[in-house]
Design a protein around this ligand. Structure first.
Ligand code: ADP
Length: 185
């Protein structure tokens, strides 16, 4: 089961998987960080489709096509803004992962790549977020045979080291790495 989780450093827009997850905001109309990178790489049709979705509440997820991305679909989820940990942030972040997996199953996606949701502009502590991400992936993979591969795309060395360390702590072994572009914005 653990073999299905891959941790790579790179840019999520270059990932060749069925679906990539976008850490969007509630408007779904684009933003900075990974959201901006995904919209730039997918092209303007992505924004057109997003306009039809009517936004997305925090913790939920909605899909669009991937347009010029190698990924067939983009699953847009809205992470919680970190407010010190007292506003249900942990549960909301977990529900981003769970709902993204649910949407992926509905699409028939077998491989899915995640950025580190909420840990950029939204300020969620990286290690705490990583524990939640890996726990949710592990639980989904244990319960679901259809999803074959979950890729965590770490943007930079610090994120990569954190994911690897949390993976070792949780699974007691090295994660499968894998080739990935290390292109930076
Ligand atoms: P949020 O608002 O959910 O915090 P951000 O986009 O600000 O979203 O950051 C989420 C994470 O995505 C951060 O860890 C950031 O380093 C990372 N990130 C930014 N650009 C990319 C990219 N092109 N590919 C993968 N991860 C990215």
């Amino acid at each position: 089961m653990e073999k299905k989780i891959r941790i790579v450093e790179g840019d999520i827009t270059g990932q060749t998987v069925d679906a990539i997850v976008n850490a969007a905001n509630t408007s779904l109309l684009g933003g900075g960080g990974v959201d901006g990178a995904i919209h730039r790489a997918a092209g303007p049709e992505l924004l057109q489709e997003c306009r039809q979705l009517g936004g997305c509440p925090t913790g939920e997820a909605k899909a669009t096509r991937g347009y010029q991305l190698p990924a067939k679909w983009v699953i847009h989820t809205v992470g919680p803004i970190w407010r010190g940990g007292t506003r249900n942030e942990d549960a909301l972040l977990a529900s981003c992962y769970r709902n993204s997996f649910k949407v992926a199953r509905e699409l028939g996606a077998r491989s899915i790549a995640f950025p580190s949701i909420s840990t950029g502009a939204y300020g969620f502590p990286l290690e705490r977020a990583t524990r939640i991400a890996l726990r949710e992936a592990r639980e989904t993979l244990a319960a679901d045979d259809r999803i074959e591969e979950v890729v965590f795309v770490c943007f930079g060395q610090k994120a990569l080291e954190t994911y690897q360390a949390v993976y070792r702590e949780a699974f007691g072994e090295e994660s499968a790495g894998g080739s990935s572009s290390s292109r930076r914005k």
